[in-house]
Design a protein around this ligand. Structure first.
Ligand code: SAM
Ligand code: SF4
Length: 371
């Protein structure tokens, strides 16, 4: 089919006011060169018009792998006894913040396993306050499910963004991906997202692509969910196996590993075209499947990259999945490599800027509520 008619078909489908999962599935399956090229150029047009051809860096600090959860897909799950558990010292996190500041990254993401102890919560609040008192960095937290009171304390300490992927928008699938022990409830995940939004955080959410039992219809459902919940930032990444988890070599894959990167790219493109002025991350998991995975993400509409600032010595202990890239590179090596990679894509780097998503400001100025 001609690119012009593919383009016309895609836009026709996506502009329908009653867009449904079934309408999105054929686009998620478009895999010919003409179709991929067309999706890419539509996504790049939407990116240029709504957020500009600028990539923002968020320095990622994986500050603890201690986790109370047992998600079936994740290498950090509590049941994986082979993990060497750690928590970074405050000074190590502050050094990473200093690096981000000196290299004009603009923002920092502090991520960890899920820990609800008072000691952990106090630690996070203290570290956020310290960073904010020293540097003009935007701070995103990704610390899993917490009480509304804890989220409020995080916000009051100075964090203004929170990443909590819904993982999947299907309650049934959520049940298949997590133990039914009362600690892994889909409803709790939604309640957390609502609390974060009420408190005033910029909300990052997202899902994985290619987890056992997941169908294209489920991924289409995730896209609509993210649109309906009015998330400001998206993290979409391919699922990658880890031998210390129940989902290692599962029989239940509907999307084989070699297709996961392309399906992720099409998902990112659809999110960019539909949601327009949100931030979308080109995730490390994409790079784990393809050494140019993140650059491809930028070419399909992503505008955020999270260079890893975790001390190199600790990275091997923060393995959500196997073959995680850049395990033994220090932050300055990653920096040089990233600059060259982004230059190849043709985007500029938003040095020294927080890079908040325009979507957030539009949302708070015209409040619409979800769920
Ligand atoms: N513990 C927090 C949470 O779960 O929200 C934050 C850290 S968790 C490691 C961050 C994200 O890693 C999860 O939201 C999940 O989507 C992703 N993840 C976990 N295991 C993965 C895997 N095997 N492949 C790809 N992504 C994975
Ligand atoms: Fe823990 Fe997050 Fe991994 Fe689940 S995804 S096991 S909550 S680190």
């Amino acid at each position: 089919m001609e690119k012009e008619s593919i383009r016309h078909d895609i836009m026709n489908i996506l502009s329908s006011p009653s867009l449904k999962k079934e309408d999105i599935v054929p686009i998620l399956k478009m895999d010919s060169k003409e179709e991929m090229d067309t999706l890419q150029s539509l996504a790049m047009e939407a990116k240029r018009e709504n957020v500009g051809r600028v990539v923002y860096f968020r320095g990622l600090v994986e500050f603890s792998n201690v986790c109370r959860k047992n998600c079936f897909y994740c290498g950090l799950r509590k049941g994986n006894k082979a993990v060497n558990r750690f928590r970074l010292h405050e000074e190590e996190i502050l050094s990473a913040a200093a690096f981000a500041h000196e290299n004009r990254y603009g923002s920092l993401v502090l991520q960890s396993g899920e820990n609800q102890s008072e000691e952990y919560i106090d630690f996070v609040c203290k570290v956020v306050r310290r960073i904010k008192s020293r540097y003009d960095l935007g701070i995103t937290l990704s610390c899993g499910e917490q009480s509304e009171d804890t989220y409020r304390r995080f916000f009051e300490s100075g964090a203004h963004r929170y990443l909590l992927r819904v993982e999947t928008s299907s309650p049934e699938l959520y049940g298949k991906w997590h133990p039914s022990d009362g600690k892994h409830r889909f409803e709790t995940r939604l309640d957390c997202l609502r609390s974060l939004k009420d408190i005033g955080f910029q909300i990052g959410s997202g899902s994985m692509v290619g987890v056992p039992y997941q169908t294209y219809g489920d991924i289409a459902g995730d896209i609509l969910f993210l649109r309906n919940m009015e998330a400001d930032m998206m993290g979409i990444g391919p699922f990658i196996e880890h031998s210390g988890t129940p989902f290692y070599r599962s029989e239940a894959y509907s999307i084989p590993q070699e297709e996961r990167l392309n399906v992720t790219l099409r998902t990112i493109a659809l999110l960019r075209i539909l949601l327009k002025d949100v931030n979308i991350a080109a995730t490390t998991a994409m790079q784990a499947l393809d050494k140019f995975g993140r650059e491809k993400g930028l070419m399909f509409g992503a505008n955020v990259i999270m260079p890893n600032l975790t001390p190199a010595i600790r990275r091997k202990d923060y393995l959500l999945y196997e073959n995680k890239p850049c395990l033994d590179e220090d932050a300055s090596q990653c920096n040089n490599c990233l600059e060259a990679r982004i230059a190849c894509v043709g985007d500029a780097i938003g040095y020294g800027k927080w890079g908040d998503p325009p979507h957030f400001f539009r949302r708070v100025n015209s409040p619409s509520f979800w769920l």
